[in-house]
Write a protein that binds this ligand. Structure first.
Ligand code: PEP
Length: 256
């Protein structure tokens, strides 16, 4: 089954307003009419509206890096899914490893945030992945299976709700470290994830689901990763802050 690749740029807590708008302008210049690859950028919350305005009517989507599990209320500092929609977001990251490890988002909280994203009509990019210790102990498959089941088991038999779901496999040891998983290492886990999804949510849903790889992706590593049969895109942190390199990653086919 042909799956349209999806490439995301996670700008994390970098840039200021002027820098974010400039980066959006540069990305639009290089990728505004790109075809055959879905592109989304994830700026910090305060810059979302300005970036969304700058990317309006282009092929590039905008997403939040996180969202609250709640819809509204007295939750100081939190940002709700409907708020993200109201400033032009189409997508949202859910369960990024930095939210899990730095801010303590549990599997249960990630499941609630996923439900909140779907309720708000946002396209969720659900991030999963093992840390170095877990990989060294041979727990990679069991960790990603636990993360998947906890977030997705409630949708067994109800996969219509997950039509816009994207997964991102991001080994924590590869995020921001310069250590990219080899294409073979990544493929092994992606194949496991797709099999788990088939068991949980059905074969045809699994066959259509896009699974991104994330972890120190560079323009040089993108083509090799994208040749793997179960890698359907990339979630890019550091390299997405450079418009030229991000564009090269999105145009991974041209490097072949
Ligand atoms: C990320 O933030 O999701 C990520 C993969 O970061 P980096 O590309 O910098 O490792």
């Amino acid at each position: 089954m042909a799956r349209t690749p999806i490439v995301g740029g996670n700008w994390k807590m970098f840039l200021d307003l002027a820098g974010a708008v400039q980066l959006a302008t540069d990305v639009r210049h290089r990728l505004g009419s790109v075809r055959g690859v879905e592109v989304v950028v994830f700026p910090p919350f305060p810059f979302l509206k300005s970036v969304a305005d700058r990317l309006a009517e282009s092929a590039i989507g905008v997403g939040g890096q996180d969202l609250s599990s709640e819809t509204s209320g007295a939750f100081t500092g939190a940002v709700a899914g409907p708020m993200l929609r109201s400033v032009g977001c189409s997508h949202v990251l859910v369960g990024h490893s930095e939210r899990r490890s730095v801010f303590g988002d549990s599997d249960e909280m990630v499941a609630r945030k996923l439900a909140a994203a779907l309720a708000a009509g946002l396209k969720p990019v659900l991030c999963i992945g093992e840390n170095l210790q877990e990989r060294q102990k041979g727990e990679t498959f069991s960790v990603v299976t636990r993360q998947l089941r906890s977030a997705l088991a409630p949708y067994a038999g109800k996969t219509d709700a997950l039509a816009d779901l994207v997964l991102a496999y991001e080994p924590v040891w590869a995020i921001g470290t310069g250590l990219t998983a080899t294409p073979e290492q990544a493929q092994e886990v992606h194949a496991h994830i797709r099999q788990e999804i088939a068991d949980l949510l059905g074969k045809s849903f699994a066959a259509a689901l896009r699974i991104q790889y994330g972890g120190s992706v560079k323009a040089s590593s993108a083509p090799g990763l994208m040749q793997q049969p179960d890698i359907d895109g990339m979630l890019v942190g550091g390299a997405s802050l450079k418009a030229e390199e991000f564009a090269q990653i999105v145009k991974f086919r041209q490097a072949n």
